[in-house]
Design a binder for this molecule. Sequence first.
Ligand SMILES: NC(=O)c1ccc[n+]([C@@H]2O[C@H](COP(=O)([O-])OP(=O)(O)OC[C@H]3O[C@@H](n4cnc5c(N)ncnc54)[C@H](OP(=O)(O)O)[C@@H]3O)[C@@H](O)[C@H]2O)c1
Length: 271
Amino acid sequence: MTEKIAILGGGNIGLSLARGLINSRLYKPESLIVTRRRIHMIEEIAEEGVVISSDNAMATRAARIVFLTVKPQQAAEVLQEIAPCLDPEKHILVSLVTGLGISKIRSILGDSVPVFLAMPNTALALCESMTCISHGEEREKDKEEVMNIFNHLGKCITIPEELMGASTVLAACGVAFALRFLRSIAQGGIEIGFDAEMSTLIAAQTLKGAARMAQESGNHPEHEIDRVTTPMGITISGLNEMEHNGFSSALIKGLLASYRKIENLNGKKDS
Ligand SMILES: NC(=O)c1ccc[n+]([C@@H]2O[C@H](COP(=O)([O-])OP(=O)(O)OC[C@H]3O[C@@H](n4cnc5c(N)ncnc54)[C@H](OP(=O)(O)O)[C@@H]3O)[C@@H](O)[C@H]2O)c1
């Protein structure tokens, strides 16, 4: 596509987004403008052709879609900076900022600029993100454009705004939860004979295959578990030992702890 994209905040998620947009072949590197204050830290992506800058206003003026990818505490300042540069007929603002609601964004930008919230994860770079999108009354073509981008970067669904916090925990924090699970399995693999590299390879491919089975068959995970648990067998012995030690419970409790934290943070911001 020839239209330009601005990514304001070239950190972890901003750079993952830039890489995903390039890897998906949806945008050429030259179509992307990535900003941060310390631009020397993103010189690597400039070598690939991406325009880098510390000028958010310039990047916004040049772009059609503006992605906001700064930390929550930095978002209001950046929105105030770009507000005068946004043209409702030309721009779409897509915020990836955790806990920043549409009403807060509108209180700074006004009511006319199309605003979308998106909660992806760092697998954007590999075009394997799960992204949840939320928006108010927006033009059909803008909705299609935003969904099209995130569908090229993995899978994308629209959810009500009140579920954005839950989607942050499940999809964005979920990457860390899944990788900690992977690390544990790989560590076990080392204890039973594999070197670290082999163990991680076996564990990662197994996890990927299991996830695809659940996703593509549409079956409940327990259905696939039943297929590998022989009565009195090896798998069920391991699984039950894990459950005796609180495996499922620990995961659910961890997820809820993250959710409580996000709810507290959002509550503090509103008050
Ligand atoms: N990481 C994830 O997996 C993930 C997933 C979904 C959503 N998010 C959300 O994405 C946002 C960014 O998270 P992150 O993990 O990518 O944080 P991060 O790595 O700290 O990235 C934030 C970036 O914003 C830049 N920045 C700060 N102030 C700026 C300004 N005034 N103008 C331009 N750039 C500025 C920072 O660079 P300088 O200090 O050099 O300016 C930094 O590179 C957060 O709101 C987070 O909730 C993150």
